[in-house]
Each structure stands twice: as C-alpha cells, then as structure tokens.
Design a protein around this ligand. Structure first.
Ligand SMILES: Cc1ncc(COP(=O)(O)O)c(C=O)c1O
Length: 388
C-alpha cells in the first residue's frame, strides 16, 4: 500500500538566506550564545515590530519568565492569564512562585474578554486584591482587544505583559501586538510563522528592562574579571547560529503572513458551505496572520464531530489538532481560579486546526480538503467511520 507523504500542521519553511548567515556565524567562530548574529537579529527584529529594544533568548517561555520577574511577579502573587492558550503562558507564572488566575475568551477574537477584566478588576480593587500582572495572549495570530485591556491595566496599575508567541506579523491599528505592554514576547519554535528551530524574543521600549533581562539570561554575571554573581540568573541566551537562521527567516516574514492568510481563505472557500462549520472570526480591531487555520464543528449540525475528522485525516497521514485545551481544564491547573470559562470550553470542544504550512502544495491542500469534505459524505464517505 502506498503511504502518502505526511502533511504537517505548520512545518518550518526556510527562506533561502539562512545558510548565508549561518556561514557568517561559522566564519566568525561565534558558535556561542552571544555574537554578531544575535546582535543583528535583535536590531532587525526590533525594527520590524517597531520596538526600541529587543533581547533574543532560548525560547518564548524563557522570554515570558524573564519579563514576569522584571515586572515584579513573585511568590504568592496573582497573575491574570488567558485560559485559552498553550501551557507555557501559565507555566512562566508558576516559575516565579505566583498563581495564575485564568480568564475566559470573547467569541469575536477567541482572546481574553475585556468585559470580564473590567468587572473583576473593579471587584478586586475594593478588596485590595489586584493581580501583579496580566499575561495577554494573542492566539493563532489574532490580536486581542489590546486598547481596552491596556486601559484597564493602566487604570488599576497592573503590569501588562503580551504573549505574542503565535502572533508575529499581525497588526493592531497599524502597530504590532507585543509592543503595547511593559514588554512583549515572541517564539521561534519550529511550528511558528518564522523559526530558529527554537528561540524567543523580548521586545520593549524600556531600555532598563531589556538590559536587566539580558543580564539574567546570561547567568547574571556581574562585571568583573572573575565570575562574580550577586543575583540568580539563567542560561537563557540565544545561540549565535540560531540567530543566523532567524535573520534569514525575518526577510520572508511578510510573504509568510500573506501565504498563511491565503491558505485560510482557500480553506474557507472550499469548506464554508458544509453544515456546522464556522471559521475562526477575524476581529475588527486587528489583522490576524492566520498562523493556523482554525474552525469549529458543531456536531449536531454537521452530524460528525471534530475528533472523527482528526482521525480521518490521520488515516491519510495528515496532521491536524484540536484547538488548545483551556488551562482551567488541565490537570496541572485543577483548582486554580477561572473567571468565566464557557467560551473557551466550547471552542476547545469543537475546535480544529488544519494543516497550514506555507510550503504546502496545491495537491497537498486538495488532499486535506477532500478528506474533510468526505466526512460530510461528500464523495469519499468511507474515510469517516464515526458519524454520530
Ligand atoms: C501562546 C504561546 N505562548 C508561549 C509559547 C512558548 O514558546 P516556546 O515554545 O518558544 O517556549 C508558545 C509556543 O510554543 C505559545 O504558543
């Protein structure tokens, strides 16, 4: 039996210039967690997102950890965090010994609901129990309602930290998500819109913040000829070789965004007529990258559920995934506070992410579409054995 080539959800897609920069890194012999490629990558990245400063680190998770420490999150503090996210957003809060308080999404963006924040900040202010910080996640390339949430954070003096790990290339009112809070973080993990295989970036207009996180990320080594340490640090810097990949990738970011958006539109055109399918909305306040094409399937109207579609695709060697499982439903975060929760729960129950790789061929795209359509009994009905 012939096995079709696997179609991945969002595989790396090199732009062409990466090897040139890697060769430069080799020629300079900076095969180290510092070097000219890191310096250049930081500078080019800051320019592209419109931030004053940037610090390249080993992952988006490390980036978030450093920023939370800088804004003063410590043992016993509470930090608000989107419940509908990848676990790293919440784990970084725990690294500081603080407690995440999860907040539900709003249906128009699938991101944190500002009305819930408004109500909760006002309630907690009366009890003197405001959180130390708020981690605002821009999920699947879609900006959150930043202005509303930033206003509330400013009014109540809560530090706004943006987790833009999935949203590089998005815009919010002509600015870039990740540049509104005290600091923003990005990820270059292998599945992201651009990748360094693994890595992260912190951006901020606060020079002191960037200097301090860079210091902590480099084992907090005090200036001295010998090794002197007066603060706890980490080995969180980005390798010079990986920064070289990032520089090449940065050059094709614009192209990748347009390709991702085109993939979303093509899926929409080919699938939106199927009963029970709803595509992730694009909010009026931002331009999404459509990093992953996400949709929901109402099992009653569709007469098939999300899991059966995932199974049918997997049978044909095609990777797809449920949307993120909300943090308040994770065993790790059992018993932690959740404000609302029903919106994220419903998106999780019905949500599906389709293969969205920018190097996907037309033929591969057609394979995905025909398997999905077959689940509605369109042509190849035998792929979906689990009709409800
Ligand atoms: C929303 C979100 N936050 C944080 C991270 C962590 O980034 P990294 O994998 O680079 O540590 C990721 C992705 O991996 C993510 O999707």
């Amino acid at each position: 039996m012939k096995i079709n080539k696997r179609i991945f959800l969002s595989p790396p897609h090199m732009g062409g210039q990466e090897l040139k920069y890697i060769n430069e890194a080799f020629a300079s012999n900076y095969i180290a967690p510092v070097g000219p490629q890191v310096d250049a990558f930081e500078k080019e990245f800051a320019e592209i997102v419109g931030a004053q400063y940037a610090a390249a680190v080993s992952s988006g998770t490390a980036a978030l950890h450093l920023v939370l420490r800088y804004v003063g999150v410590e043992q016993g503090d509470e930090v608000f965090c989107s419940t509908f996210t990848f676990v790293a957003s919440a784990n970084a809060i725990m690294y500081q010994g603080a407690r995440p308080v999860f907040v539900d999404s709003e249906p128009r963006s699938w991101n944190m609901d500002p009305e819930l924040i408004e109500h909760e900040f006002s309630r907690r202010a009366k009890k003197n129990r405001l959180p130390k910080a708020l981690v605002l996640v821009h999920l699947y390339g879609q900006p959150s309602d930043i202005d509303s949430i930033k206003q509330l954070c400013d009014n109540y003096e809560v530090a706004l930290v943006e987790d833009a790990a999935e949203a590089l290339g998005a815009t919010y009112k002509d600015k870039v998500p990740g540049t509104f809070g005290r600091a923003g973080i990005f990820s270059f993990n292998g599945n992201k819109i651009i990748t360094t295989s693994g890595g992260g970036m912190i951006v901020s207009d606060d020079e002191e913040l960037i200097k301090k996180v860079r210091f902590w990320a480099t084992q907090a080594r005090d200036p001295a000829a010998h090794y002197e340490h007066s603060e706890l640090g980490y080995n969180y810097r980005m390798s010079n070789v990986l920064a070289a990949i990032g520089r090449g990738q940065l050059q094709v970011l614009g192209e990748r965004v347009e390709a991702k958006r085109k993939i979303f539109q093509k899926y929409f055109d080919k699938l939106h007529d199927l009963p029970g399918i709803d595509f992730m909305p694009e909010s009026s306040f931002g331009r999404s990258t459509r990093w992953l094409t996400c949709l929901t399937i109402d099992p009653v109207k569709a007469n098939i559920d999300r899991d059966a579609i995932i199974k049918a695709l997997e049978t044909e060697n095609i990777e797809s995934r449920p949307t993120w499982k909300p943090m308040h439903l994770q065993p790790l975060y059992k018993g932690y506070e959740i404000i609302g929760g029903a919106v994220a729960e419903e998106i999780f129950e019905k949500g599906l992410c389709l293969p969205s790789g920018t190097a996907m061929t037309d033929e591969e795209f057609q394979r995905v579409v025909s398997i999905v359509r077959s689940c509605w009994g369109d042509g190849m009905g035998e792929n979906c054995g689990e009709l409800l």
